[in-house]
Design a protein around this ligand. Structure first.
Ligand code: ATP
Length: 367
């Protein structure tokens, strides 16, 4: 049982590259934490510092509350699972799993016992005599996991383990990996640049950009209430609508949100009013998911944004309308209108989730 904590961890490589910039992250015991971000954002470097393969330039890596900066990798009770779950092709499944124990000098008898236990826990007890080439993709992955857990690590580290597999197998293995690590109760840090992978597998997701941790939260939190404009724009497809607006709070208790040429008047008891009211007199960015917007007739009453439909896109499970709203283009999920919840409430509940002052920096982050 292990916790991992990073305190102000920074990594500057010898050539001056700032790969990780003052990252603070707590991973709880048994938690499945996904590090997500575009290529080069520093995810692997974070993982390598947890493993002890890279030294932090400053800050602390803590394992179970103890400073681990100077602990050699072999003493960290950590197992790393690599891309493709590479196995030794000439060895049987049993020998593959036993290999780390052999290296550690464990006698054959306890070794075999441990291998049998692990294999049966993973449901591969009946294929111990086979070679990797005689296994299915899912079985191979279980063998690789078996080899990683046989030394009873406190933490699993996985760096894009599914990136070279075809999409069908990837989707299948995602569920298997997160299921298995939960069954085993092992703390896991999983690196990926694939947001679908992150959102489906994680207990919590940590999103990085250019070495900086942008947001940490459950998939629902980071998707629904992203901490920064970058995360708002990065997560989700179609991209979250981000509209510049100004806010005016009227003393007779309603709020006007001006988006380009259009003004929305929101009654005080509307949840959206409260979300924006404390930005009175300011320019902000309002984020709205396509599925939170509901198409209505042009003469509908209430807080309605008017737009001209540019085109429609049908995806089977969703149908997207792309609209020009003044100078801005937005996207609306037409199916939203047909979902069970009353349309106006759906919109009302979710509208206005990201509100950020429109400063030079924020505007830059959206671009
Ligand atoms: P990817 O998904 O492409 O693996 P990543 O998010 O894991 O990317 P890192 O591999 O951690 O990113 O790299 C972060 C930054 O540090 C990048 O700019 C990379 O070029 C740089 N970097 C990584 N290793 C070294 C090194 N040994 N020396 C110098 N720079 C490095």
């Amino acid at each position: 049982m292990t916790t991992v904590a990073l305190k102000d961890v920074t990594k500057v490589f010898r050539d001056g590259t700032l790969a990780v910039d003052k990252v603070n992250l707590d991973v709880e015991d048994g938690e499945f934490m996904v590090l997500l971000g575009p290529s080069g954002c520093g995810k692997s470097t974070v993982l390598r510092m947890v493993a002890g393969l890279e030294d932090p330039t400053s800050g602390a890596v803590m394992l179970d509350g103890e400073l681990a900066n100077d602990l050699p990798p072999r003493d960290r009770k950590i197992a790393m699972v690599f891309q493709d779950f590479a196995l030794y092709p000439h060895m049987t499944v049993g020998d593959n799993i036993a290999f780390p124990l052999k290296l550690a000098g464990l006698e054959p008898e306890p070794r075999d016992e441990r291998v049998t236990d692990v294999a049966s826990a993973l449901g591969i007890g009946d294929v111990l005599g086979r070679k990797p080439s005689q296994l299915s993709g899912g079985q191979r992955q279980r063998v690789a996991m078996g080899r990683a857990i046989v030394r009873r690590p406190g933490v699993f580290l996985m760096d894009e383990p599914l990136s070279n597999l075809d999409s069908g197998l990837r989707a299948e293995l995602r569920a298997e990996i997160s299921g298995l690590t939960r069954e085993l109760g092992v703390t896991t840090i999983y690196v990926t640049h694939d947001q679908a992978e992150a959102l489906t597998m994680a207990d919590r997701v940590a999103i990085m950009r250019k070495g900086v941790l942008q947001d940490v939260g459950t998939p629902t939190q980071v998707y629904g209430r992203p901490a920064t404009l970058y995360v708002a724009a990065f997560l989700g497809s179609p991209r979250m609508n981000l509209l510049e607006a100004s806010v005016y709070v009227h003393l007779d208790r309603y709020v006007t949100l001006t988006l380009g040429e259009q003004a929305l008047h929101l009654p005080w008891d509307d949840i959206r009013s409260r979300a924006v009211a404390h930005y009175h007199g300011e320019r902000i960015v309002v984020g709205m998911r396509a599925e939170a917007l509901t198409p209505v007739a042009p003469d509908a009453q209430g807080a309605v944004l008017h737009g001209r439909i540019r085109y429609l896109e049908h995806h089977g499970h969703e149908s997207l309308a792309f609209l020009d709203v003044g100078a801005t283009a937005i996207v609306v999920d037409e199916m939203g209108a047909r979902a069970d919840a009353p349309a106006t409430q759906r919109g009302r509940r979710r509208f206005g989730q990201v509100v950020q002052r429109l400063t030079g920096r924020a505007a830059e982050e959206v671009a």
